[in-house]
Design a protein around this ligand. Structure first.
Ligand code: AMP
Ligand code: MG
Length: 329
């Protein structure tokens, strides 16, 4: 098969990513521009969308320059169709449609969560992993089974990254909170916080409230430590049960929260106890990025999927298991 080059646009939340990837899996460029967040505020969907709209031409130019190619060398356009924040998704979709129309190249809308899994499979040795996907907007335990990526467990309310970020803001630690809480947690002592696993699902909003209240009684380092231990232990429990249930022999950790060393250690220890391999993709593709969107675009296109313009509406609550996975057998 002739090699093709795909440009992928990621824009589900506060990061705008442009990735350029070939069908042989070479990442030619992966440029991510993050909207500067205010210290006290979460992501404002319309302001994030405004950021993406303003910067998309510049980030595309930067990616093309990095790849050493021009727009005419692009054979396929992919974009994140969901899940995500409506206004942000629409900017990515409109940019992708415009490029597709003006270049006369095919267009594929992809599921963001599956993008994380596929770039992980491309860049690690994992072939058929049970995946723990943890980020600012998502927390899911996912495995491939009979033609779909099935969700074995997920959060019932906020994502684990959002829980940590909200805590950090309320504790005046800064934004995003993940790396700051990780650092402080190393110096802290553990005390119990509410632990909420319901069946295979997780709930983080009550723990967030309890952790914020605990700031009145405990040093901030101790609360950081206890919050991390608690929310990560919940992830380990659900991932471990899914591993037993699916009988996979690989565990992969993806998403921005996957950068956390403590979480990596906990999941890797659990995997080892089950005789399963443990995989984490390189840091620059762990969080949201355009290369994962471009690569999934390639896989879908090669399996016969393209989208007509009218089929490129965004899907804010795009479920991982809605996608028919034609590129794996
Ligand atoms: P993503 O949505 O995949 O781009 O990831 C963003 C999320 O990752 C935010 O909630 C960050 O706080 C979180 N994050 C980044 N670095 C770390 C870290 N070292 N520990 C925990 N969470 C982190
Ligand atoms: Mg993500």
């Amino acid at each position: 098969m002739e090699e093709i080059t795909c440009l992928g646009i990621e824009g589900t939340a506060e990061k705008l990513g442009i990735g350029i990837v070939t069908s042989s899996g070479r990442i030619l460029a992966n440029v991510v521009r993050q909207q500067a967040l205010k210290a006290q505020a979460g992501i404002h969907p319309r302001e994030a969308a405004q950021h993406h709209a303003e910067h998309v031409p510049q980030v595309i130019r930067a990616a093309l320059k990095k790849a050493g190619i021009s727009l005419e060398d692009i054979d396929l356009i992919a974009f994140s169709r969901g899940p995500g924040l409506g206004p942000c998704l629409r900017v990515a979709a409109v940019s992708a449609r415009t490029l597709s129309l003006s270049l006369g190249k095919p267009l594929v809308g992809v599921n963001h969560c599956i993008g994380h899994i596929e770039i992980g499979r491309l860049l690690t040795e994992a072939e058929d992993p049970l995946t723990l996907y943890v980020s600012g907007g998502n927390s899911q335990v996912i495995a491939y089974d009979s033609g779909r990526y099935r969700v074995f467990g997920e959060t019932l309310d906020i994502a684990v990254g959002n829980c940590i970020d909200q805590f950090a803001r309320r504790a005046n630690l800064g934004n995003p909170g993940g790396p700051i809480v990780e650092k402080l947690a190393r110096k802290g002592k553990y005390f119990p916080l509410p632990y909420v696993v319901k069946g295979m699902d997780l709930s983080y909003s009550g723990i967030l409230t309890a952790a914020v209240e605990a700031l009145n009684k405990h040093p901030v380092e101790d609360v950081c430590r206890s919050l991390q231990e608690t929310v990560f232990a919940m992830l380990v429990e659900v991932t471990e049960r899914a591993l037993a249930q699916t009988e996979k022999d690989e565990v992969m950790l993806v998403g921005g929260v996957g950068v956390n060393r403590r979480l990596q250690d906990m999941i890797s220890l659990m995997a080892e106890e089950h005789g399963a391999g443990f995989y984490v993709p390189p840091r620059d593709v762990l969080g949201d990025n355009g290369a994962m969107i471009a690569w999934l675009g390639v896989l879908m296109y090669r399996s016969g999927v393209t989208h007509e313009l009218m089929d490129t509406t965004v899907i804010q609550r795009y479920r991982t298991d809605e996608v028919e996975v034609k590129w794996r057998s």
